[in-house]
Design a protein around this ligand. Structure first.
Ligand code: HGY
Ligand code: MN
Ligand code: MN
Length: 421
């Protein structure tokens, strides 16, 4: 029997099964001696492999065909009457995490996709079009840069050899790690590209929660610029060296961090973050000879983002002369703002309203695999609220009923799309 929402076919999604799987996955990567530190599943780590193995086992329980591409992207396929992937609907996200992460970022979207497949399977339905559930490699980009690397490869935005050669912050080569954990697959990504992609995700920001809105209809996603800055100064004695004679890489870095905050404050929309800073040689009584820090700069407006990048580069030029240091800059990621598919966004909004839910059209502040899938197919995102906007933090939380509600909206949209030829 083919699925068609027009037939009044409305199988009910089992929220309990979804919540149970979220809890199981959330337990992978937890250091039980420090439960307050959440979970850490850096891309291609042993913890990531455990989560991948668990996801694959759940896909197989649902008799999905499991395919893995050369970047370790995992796909569970529920064939429709039209068994082609090129006309398929894919629902996806990621299961790698940042350091000391919450339970929902990424995992919620993948497991909700699995819940949609489970609902269709248990109802004995056969969709007209194929449903694919995807889990993309290295969405977070914490260990290997850039972020969204698996979906970028899937969308043809980075070559396999370049990706496999990426060096992690721990010095490991991405290709070696893919092989080590057994996820260097052979499926051709081009043959797996769908016609449409949906991603359900927690907002990770404060808007929906503070305004009491049930569902975010994500229309676009802001631009991202990641850079690594290395400042070379001169080590010297903390006690004997007059301030006027110092070439203090640490102080120069501190000036850069303050400049970035002031740039964001005065910009009207740019957000800047310095998430990592390292000083060398790292001794209390030695003026740092070297400082290394990363810059995460984001803006929904491409021109303003470019101006921010240039403003910071001009500042670094001045800094070299004023502090007598040498500055080098490496670009780690640069993605322009992305607009999602209007028709899919309209369908999400209509379904949510049909369920009596409040909705808000919004821009995603976070990066997502959807921004890469948008390069190759019609793509849209659904958000549910994050309690006090907290994410990339063990305290990340969304009430169960809101998680299940979001998954039911996803199911409704999916059934609509799958029921079409
Ligand atoms: O950085 C991001 O926005 C995403 O979590 N990778
Ligand atoms: Mn995410
Ligand atoms: Mn994230």
């Amino acid at each position: 029997m083919t699925v068609d929402i027009a037939d009044g076919v409305r199988p009910e999604l089992d929220g309990t099964a979804l919540l149970e799987q979220i809890e199981v996955l959330a337990g992978i990567g937890v250091d039980h001696s420090r439960p307050e530190a959440g979970r850490t599943r850096l891309a291609l780590s042993d913890q990531d492999r455990l989560a991948r193995d668990r996801l694959v086992s759940w896909m197989k329980e649902l008799e999905l065909e499991v395919r893995v591409d050369p970047m370790g992207n995992i796909f569970g396929i529920l064939a429709g009457e039209d068994a082609s992937c090129s006309n398929a609907l894919m629902i996806g996200s990621h299961i790698d995490t940042v350091i000391e992460a919450g339970p929902l970022d990424g995992a919620y979207g993948v497991l909700s996709g699995l819940a949609v497949a489970r609902t269709i399977r248990l109802a004995g339905l056969r969709p007209r079009r194929t449903l694919m559930v995807g889990a993309f490699t290295n969405e977070e980009g914490v260990r290997f840069h850039p972020d969204m690397m698996g979906s970028l490869f899937f969308a043809g935005g980075i070559g396999l050899e370049e990706a496999r050669a990426a060096r992690g912050t721990d010095g490991a080569a991405l290709g070696d790690e893919l092989r080590r954990i057994g996820y260097a697959g052979d499926a051709d990504p081009a043959a797996l590209r769908p016609a449409e992609y949906l991603e359900l995700h927690v907002e990770q920001g404060p808007v929906l929660d503070s305004e009491g809105i049930d569902i975010g209809v994500v229309e676009d996603l802001q631009g991202i610029s990641w850079k690594r800055i290395v400042i070379e100064g001169t080590a010297n004695h903390a006690g004997t060296t007059p301030i006027s004679m110092r070439h203090d890489a640490g102080f120069a870095a501190a000036r850069g961090i303050v400049f970035l905050r002031e740039l964001a404050r005065d910009s009207g929309g740019t957000r800047t973050t310095v998430g990592t800073v390292f000083f060398s040689p790292g001794a209390i009584n030695v003026i740092p000879s070297r400082a290394e820090f990363t810059v995460d700069m984001r803006d929904p407006d491409e021109d303003r983002l470019s101006r921010g990048e240039k403003g910071f580069m001009d500042f670094l030029d001045r800094l070299e002369g004023e502090e007598g240091v040498n500055v080098s800059v490496e670009t780690l990621a640069r993605f322009q703002p992305v607009r999602f598919d209007r028709g899919l966004a309209d369908a999400i909004e209509a379904v949510a309203k049909g369920r009596g839910l409040s909705t808000l059209r919004m821009t995603s502040g976070a990066g997502h695999d959807a921004q890469m899938l948008a390069r190759v197919c019609r793509t849209a995102m659904i958000f549910v609220p994050s309690r006090e906007g907290v994410s990339h933090n063990p305290a990340e939380f969304t009430p169960s009923e809101q998680l299940v509600q979001g998954a039911k909206v996803l199911l409704d949209v999916a059934l609509q799309r799958l029921g079409r030829s």
